[in-house]
Unconditional design. Structure first.
Length: 471
């Protein structure tokens, strides 16, 4: 069983001052509302300039929408904070998503929900997206960053699950097990050895030697395969695996080719007709990365011509929002042809769908969301610089934490510090990523009118993307 990530000990509600590096706090600790004039919590300033909320932060004000059946471990952790959590089993059609996203501060999704510019533009209150999965290609990361919306994911909690599925598929393909099973389900006994192989001694070619590819490399070698891999980055080989300099070389040499690259413009149709030409006759192709990586009509041709002896697909160019009919409703021209191929395994994007992986992802991403919402820490964010400040102690009363997300242009720090400089800045940190910078500062001995003044002045700067003040 997976070890759940360490519990973050954050007392529900009114906790802004207690969070940040709260991992060090005893799980049994409870925090009382510090006796200052703001009720001791903090407030979230929304991204809409017209609708300013200058009120102490209370977790109960935070609205969260979880889509795509995010694991209960994540939902529960968020609910324990006192947040208002709505959890749906499926993703939503774009128009419904737009309606729902307008209202929420946090959205949790998996791989299906497309948070493109059109959707994010409507998300006026959104401060953070949690991708309860590895891939973040479904989110317009750049638009989100430029509008002060942090995005978190779980970088490797389901890697092992994907690697194990691929190992299973290699053996199933090599033995034509899918076809034999289907035949017998339909009443036909078809005992054959022709074209069936052991995987021992065969060469596995891994495209993309990241978290999943490298994990798979170790498992495959343990089963007697030789491993070669191709990656745009020069990476340390595990075991006796060998990096090859070109994709063509990998395709020329591998008996099994498996794709583990992210969805990027450069990986779109990475395996198409010319690449099938390079593959060995009778080799196999596996794709558990993204549907855009393989040109399916080219795969159909390669299978029909006998160039490849089998394939396994876990991902598709378009995938449905919910379980149910797929191919019957599919608009894809190739759906029928794909289904009729010999020795082809079609699975419904289940590479990361294990109890272990989903539970671990639920813990990991919800913890990142809690840290961000309650303390502004961006550790692990994929689209913002990673910034944190130590948590405030109970002794540090009358503090406010300023979070100022701004355009990364010259002269901002001088202006920000002119605003903060009249107060006692206990600590401050800033960093940038591309065009966006993230500043955090803890100010002590401030009262409500100080906080209002600081907030208004920061909001007035032209560099401002998003200001939050937690107190
Ligand atoms: N089927 C499923 O349920 C799952 C699918 N995935 C997919 O698998 C992908 C890979 O996952 P990880 O291994 O965790 O990602 P990773 O980021 O750890 O590794 C990806 C590797 O691909 C390499 N790469 C990028 N562009 C390349 C190119 N043009 N040519 C060759 N190599 C290239 C990178 O340098 C990196 O080493 C994810 O992006 C996601 O889309 C991930 C988890 C579950
Ligand atoms: O983690 C990923 O990137 C995956 O592809 C798995 O996606 P899912 O959580 O099953 O929608």
């Amino acid at each position: 069983m997976a070890t759940p990530a360490q519990d973050i000990a954050i007392s529900p509600n009114r906790l802004a001052r207690t969070v940040s590096n709260t991992l060090s706090v005893s799980p049994t600790a409870t925090f009382h509302s510090p006796p200052n004039s703001f009720g001791g919590a903090g407030f979230v300033r929304t991204r809409t300039t017209g609708e300013k909320q200058l009120k102490p932060f209370d977790t109960q004000d935070i609205k969260i929408l979880l889509l795509e059946n995010v694991n209960e471990s994540g939902r529960q952790k968020l609910a324990e904070q006192g947040y208002q959590v709505e959890a749906l089993k499926t993703s939503l059609p774009e128009e419904e998503l737009i309606e729902k996203i307008r209202d929420v501060h946090v959205i949790g999704i998996r791989s299906k929900t497309k948070l493109n510019e059109r959707v994010l533009r409507e998300a006026k209150n959104l401060i953070v997206v949690g991708c309860f999965c590895i891939g973040t290609n479904q989110v317009d990361l750049e638009y989100a960053a430029k509008h002060g919306i942090a995005v978190f994911n779980s970088p490797f909690a389901n890697s092992r699950s994907v690697a194990e599925l691929v190992i299973g598929e290699i053996i199933v393909l090599a033995r034509q097990l899918g076809d034999r099973s289907n035949e017998l389900h339909n009443g036909t006994w078809n005992k054959v050895s022709s074209g069936c192989w052991e995987i021992r001694g065969k060469t596995l070619g891994i495209i993309g030697y990241g978290h999943i590819g490298s994990q798979l490399s170790v498992l495959a070698e343990a089963m007697g395969m030789s491993v070669i891999y191709y990656d745009v980055v020069n990476l340390m080989a595990l075991g006796t695996a060998t990096q090859v300099p070109t994709l063509e070389q990998l395709l020329n040499e591998a008996d099994f080719v498996t794709c583990h690259v992210p969805e990027l413009p450069e990986t779109k149709n990475m395996i198409s007709a010319p690449q099938f030409e390079h593959m060995k006759k009778g080799s196999y192709l596996i794709n558990a990365s993204r549907g855009s990586v393989i040109d399916i009509p080219a795969l159909i041709n390669a299978s029909r011509s006998g160039k490849i002896a089998g394939a396994a697909l876990d991902v598709y160019p378009s995938e449905p929002a919910a379980n149910g009919d797929y191919f019957t409703n599919s608009l894809n021209q190739w759906a029928e042809e794909l289904r009729s191929l010999k020795n082809i395994i079609l699975s419904p994007h289940i590479g990361g769908s294990t109890e272990e992986a989903q539970r671990a992802i639920g813990f990991e991403v919800s913890e990142a969301l809690i840290r961000y919402v309650n303390s502004g820490a961006t550790l692990g964010a994929v689209n913002l610089p990673e910034v944190t400040l130590r948590s405030l102690t109970l002794e540090e009363r009358n503090h406010a934490r300023i979070i100022y997300i701004h355009h990364n242009v010259p002269g901002v720090l001088r202006k920000v510090n002119e605003i903060l400089g009249d107060h006692n800045v206990d600590k401050q940190i800033t960093d940038n990523k591309n065009e966006v910078a993230y500043l955090m500062a803890d100010i002590s001995n401030v009262n409500s009118s100080d906080i209002k003044e600081i907030s208004d002045n920061l909001e007035g700067l032209s560099s401002r993307i998003l200001t939050r003040v937690l107190f």
